[in-house]
Design a protein around this ligand. Structure first.
Ligand SMILES: [Zn+2]
Length: 288
C-alpha cells in the first residue's frame, strides 16, 4: 500500500481500481492503489498470478519466500509524472533437481530485470532518443516528466536491438565521417532495403575485406571510386560483382564530359568563331 501520510491530503485524489486498469492496464498486472498529487501519480502494482515460473528449471512454484518493492517510471499522464511501486515476490523452487532454491518473479510485459522503467517507457524513449543527441534527450525527457540523465539516454540507445537481416546478397559500401576532414569509417548498407548493416571503424582494406569474408553470401557490391574498397572487395569477396553506385556513375560521366570539352576547347572555339564570321559575312552581302 502507498503511504499517504507524506502527501498533503487536501490535494490528493484517488482513482478506483476499475479506472486504474482501464488507464494503465497491462496484461497480468493488478493496479490496486493510487495517489494523485499536483505533479505526481503514484501507483501500487503486483502480478495477478499466484504462482511463478522458476528461472532455472521452468517449474511453477506457489511457495512465497519473501517480497520487496521496486520503483518504476511510467509514461506521464497530462503532465504528471507516473511512478509505479511494484511488489516483487520471491518464490522457493521445490523441484529437487533444481539448483535454484529461491527466485524472483519476472514482470514481462511490464518491465525487465534490473530496469527502472516500464517497457512502454523504454520503447518510447528508444524511438525518441534515436532522433536526438543524449543531451537533448535529457532535456526533452525532463519536459515529458520521464527525466533521464544523458548517460542513461545513451545507454537506452545502445540497448536497441539491431534488426536481423536475411542472407545478405547485395550491399553498398561507402565512407562516413566521425569528424569531417579528420577521421572516417566505413558504412555498409543493405542495397535491397536501404538499411545500414554495419559501421566499421576505418576505411582500411583489411578491415573491409575481413567483414566481407565473414559474409560470404554477397554477390553484388556497389561502391565509390576508391581503389581501397575495390581491392578489399577483390580480396574479401572475389566472386562478387563490383558496381559503381549511381552518384559516382553520374560523377564519372560529368568528369569525362568536362575533360573532353577541355581537350577540344581550341577546336570548338575556332569552329564557333569561323561560323560566326561566315554568318556576319552573309548578313553584310544581303544588306548590300
Ligand atoms: Zn527451479
Amino acid at each position: 500500500m502507498i503511504d499517504n501520510t507524506s502527501q498533503p491530503k487536501d490535494n490528493n485524489f484517488f482513482i478506483n481500481k476499475h479506472s486504474l486498469q482501464a488507464i494503465f492496464g497491462i496484461p497480468g498486472v493488478v493496479f490496486y492503489d493510487s495517489v494523485i498529487s499536483d505533479n505526481l501519480i503514484l501507483l501500487s502494482a503486483r502480478l495477478k498470478d499466484k504462482t511463478a515460473k522458476c528461472i532455472c528449471c521452468g517449474k511453477r512454484s506457489k511457495s512465497v519466500h519473501s517480497s520487496y518493492m521496486r520503483k518504476l517510471t511510467d509514461l506521464a499522464v497530462v503532465g504528471r509524472a507516473v511512478k509505479i511501486i511494484l511488489k516483487v515476490r520471491k518464490f522457493r523452487c521445490r523441484y529437487s533437481n533444481c539448483t535454484q532454491t529461491v527466485f524472483s518473479e519476472q514482470h514481462l510485459p511490464l518491465t525487465r530485470k534490473h530496469s527502472r522503467l516500464t517497457d512502454r517507457t523504454s520503447h518510447f524513449l528508444q524511438k525518441l532518443l534515436i532522433e536526438v543527441s543524449s543531451r537533448k534527450g535529457e532535456y526533452i525527457s525532463e519536459l515529458l516528466s520521464i527525466k533521464q540523465s544523458s548517460s542513461t539516454c545513451l545507454r537506452i540507445v545502445k540497448s536497441i536491438e539491431m534488426p536481423h537481416f536475411q542472407e545478405l546478397t547485395t550491399i553498398g559500401i561507402d565512407d562516413w565521417a566521425y569528424r569531417k576532414g579528420k577521421s572516417y569509417g566505413t558504412i555498409i548498407v543493405n542495397a535491397i532495403n536501404h538499411r545500414p548493416v554495419e559501421l566499421l571503424k576505418s576505411r582500411d582494406k583489411e578491415e573491409v575485406a575481413d567483414w566481407l569474408i565473414r559474409h560470404n553470401s554477397i554477390l553484388y557490391v556497389t561502391r565509390d571510386r576508391s581503389s581501397s574498397y575495390s581491392n578489399a572487395i577483390k580480396s574479401g569477396a572475389s566472386k562478387a560483382s563490383q558496381i559503381a553506385d549511381r552518384f559516382h556513375l553520374v560523377k564519372n560521366l560529368g568528369d569525362h564530359i568536362a575533360h573532353e570539352i577541355r581537350m577540344e576547347y581550341k577546336t570548338i572555339k575556332n569552329s564557333w568563331l569561323a561560323h560566326r564570321k561566315s554568318l556576319y559575312k552573309s548578313k553584310k552581302i544581303t544588306s548590300a
